[in-house]
Design a protein. Structure first.
Length: 666
């Protein structure tokens, strides 16, 4: 059989399969339902209008947002096809409209199964195939934000059955989080939680690594509480959120088994990835704990909200800031010495528990124990301990390794924190600084890192960072800092030059921090987020607008990403010259390698192979040459569990090139 006949036969077989599948579906009917509609006085603006076959009738809601129209089908159906038509003259008002299904009449358990990503034509139906295996009794169309729904016609097609959760819809190649609050209430407070439910839809392979293709094979659902969060970021139209799950879990397979999570809005960061880049640098510098983040699509009460960053909450927790937890009885002796989490905080005066330090007059928030649980003895202890540290820093013998600041400060953590801020060019490195203290340890530890939306050349106050010259950004008057911090940090920065070189060299030479690795990470994230970012900037059309501290508005996502990549290349060379790069600090000498074609990301308990060609053969050894494991890459992401320490990753790609990468497993 020749090739043309084979192709024709395959096409015929495919068409037969499609016809067979369509034959099991039918147009669904039910009771029209919807949110309150606008009363035009004639009484004819009702949900049933969108099922009457008349393009001249329509449904328009009373409220402008979180409004919908749909069907109670009477029993569950697996939806296989939908079609829709806009109200005449209002085609743009269906852009980003969402279809979702539920089995509770209040749609508290709803998950989306389609989003309209381009304006539909008027006067005729647009047909869409649906890929969602769950059955729904209630189906609806949710209008985009601020448009009063405005839809002319809807149709749903499907087959009866409860279905299953083996193939759920996602809006892009990113995971999806959908949240429904009680009575579709909006989040208007940063302090008061409101009740709701959530579903997190994502894909994993059997080994737990993220899958390459879009669509969901896993779903986590439960009740939660949600409130706003952030300081400057709370003032943006796209809001950030704090989530408190009903029960602790590893949300979307992330490392921490916890109740508290954050959704970071990244409004002023048009690449949507600056925090994730900085977190990668923090890991490679070996900080005790670095927050984990993942880009996700967020839907709120049925509406598409945009691309967010699901992230750890910075808190005292065994999987996060793992200091000893305090009891209200821990008021004397060694018990009162920890653990604590505080923040050098420009916004401290708005927090329930804070103080101003005695020497440098730094505003400091006490984050743990929190305001409801901290005792007067514990509060007095942490204040006195920090004030004693400041007195030591300001003393004449502050640099003495035995009696100076090193006696009360974990100096490597300070240097690591400093280097993350300097490489990323973070203007806000010392605007808010997390600091923790463990029990029976007199030293303060800096970290974890947080808040990099202005980093990687994204701030008009410091652009271009190259114009600052040979000065660290932390020591420049053009950067920002909490009151008094500029008096404290220079004394430590200026007396830790050797340690700065050591920590930087280890990250560069032993832990894979390189320009190539950073650029590959950028490209990988940009590729993964490509569909999502397009939807995000339809929802928030700011690519040509100056927002927050932007110094430029380039008009496209790709241009924003390429601009940031130019900074990344420049800054790595600058840091090597300024801080120093010395091979005496490297524990491993690798053979000459070609430029890597993928990324090897260090982590806790293992490494992540990201973006390597399928079929790449991987051999991982310890520093002594002992074999740890072998595998073959078969997906975009592959998680490899490994013991802690430095390992050597040898990768042989299908094109015959060989690559050698060092990784540091914590």
């Amino acid at each position: 059989m020749n090739n043309s006949k084979k192709i024709f036969l395959c096409l015929c077989m495919s068409m037969c399969c499609i016809v067979s599948a369509w034959g099991q579906m039918k147009q669904l009917s039910g009771t029209p339902i919807g949110s309150p509609s606008v009363d035009y006085g004639s009484g004819d603006n009702v949900p049933a209008n969108v099922f009457d076959g008349d393009y001249d009738t329509y449904y328009a809601s009373q409220e402008r947002s979180y409004t919908w129209v749909g069907l109670d089908l009477g029993e569950p159906y697996v939806i296989g096809k939908i079609c829709y038509a806009p109200r005449t003259g209002y085609t743009s008002r269906m852009l980003l409209g969402v279809f979702e299904g539920a089995n509770e009449p209040d749609f508290s358990d709803a998950i989306p199964f389609h989003i309209i990503d381009k304006e539909p034509p008027e006067g005729r139906m647009t047909f869409i195939d649906i890929a969602c295996s769950r059955g729904f009794r209630y189906v609806r169309y949710v209008g985009p934000n601020n448009v009063r729904c405005n839809v002319s016609e809807l149709r749903f097609y499907g087959s009866a059955g409860e279905g299953n959760d083996t193939a759920l819809w996602t809006a892009s190649d990113l995971p999806l989080i959908t949240i429904h609050t009680t009575d579709a209430r909006e989040v208007t407070s940063r302090t008061t939680y409101i009740d709701g439910t959530y579903s997190a839809i994502y894909s994993t392979k059997i080994d737990g690594s993220p899958a390459r293709s879009s669509g969901g094979t896993r779903i986590q659902s439960d009740t939660l509480q949600i409130r706003g969060r952030g300081n400057a970021s709370w003032g943006f139209p796209k809001k950030p959120y704090r989530l408190k799950l009903n029960r602790a879990r590893k949300l979307m397979g992330m490392s921490a088994d916890a109740k508290n999570w954050t959704l970071i809005n990244n409004y002023g960061d048009k690449t949507l990835m600056r925090n994730l880049l900085a977190f990668d640098v923090s890991c490679r510098l070996g900080m005790a704990w670095t927050p984990e983040g993942r880009l996700v699509d967020v839907f709120f009460n049925g509406e598409y909200e945009g691309t967010y960053q699901l992230c750890d909450q910075v808190q005292v927790h065994e999987d996060r800031v793992a200091v000893t937890k305090m009891e209200k009885t821990d008021n004397y002796g060694d018990f009162v010495t920890g653990g604590y989490l505080i923040e050098l905080d420009s916004y401290a005066s708005g927090e329930p528990k804070w103080f101003t330090s005695s020497t440098f007059r730094i505003p400091i928030t006490i984050k743990y124990p929190d305001s409801e649980n901290i005792t007067p003895y514990q509060e007095a202890y942490i204040k006195n301990q920090w004030n004693a540290f400041e007195r030591t820093v300001s003393s004449s013998n502050y640099a003495d390794p035995e009696t100076g600041y090193a006696s009360m400060l974990d100096v490597p953590s300070f240097v690591q924190y400093f280097l993350v801020g300097e490489y990323s060019g973070n203007t806000d490195t010392y605007w808010s600084v997390n600091v923790w203290k463990e029990r029976d340890d007199p030293r303060f530890h800096f970290g974890p890192v947080w808040d990099f939306d202005l980093a990687f050349e994204n701030d008009n106050r410091t652009y271009p960072i190259s114009s600052i010259g040979n000065t660290f950004i932390a020591l420049s008057s053009r950067s920002s800092a909490a009151n008094g911090v500029r008096s404290l940090i220079p004394r430590i920065i200026n007396t830790t030059k050797d340690l700065q070189c050591e920590e930087w060299s280890r990250a560069r030479l032993d832990r894979g921090l390189s320009t190539e690795q950073m650029l590959h990470l950028v490209d990988s994230l940009a590729e993964k987020a490509d569909v999502s970012q397009r939807l995000n900037f339809i929802r928030w059309p700011i690519l040509s607008t100056y927002v927050h501290q932007n110094f430029q508005a380039l008009g496209s996502y790709r241009a924003e990403v390429e601009s940031m990549k130019s900074y990344i290349s420049y800054r790595m060379d600058w840091m090597d010259k300024k801080v120093g790069l010395d091979s005496i600090y490297s524990k491993v000498i690798l053979p000459i390698s070609t430029v890597a074609k993928g990324n090897v990301r260090s982590g806790v308990g293992g490494i992540l192979l990201e973006g390597w060609p399928e079929g790449t053969k991987v051999t991982i050894s310890d520093v002594a040459g002992g074999l740890l494991t072998r595998l073959v890459v078969d997906d975009f992401f592959v998680i490899v569990p490994l013991p802690s320490g430095i390992c050597v990753v040898n990768l042989a790609t299908p094109d015959g090139s060989v690559h050698h990468v060092k990784a540091y497993v914590r």
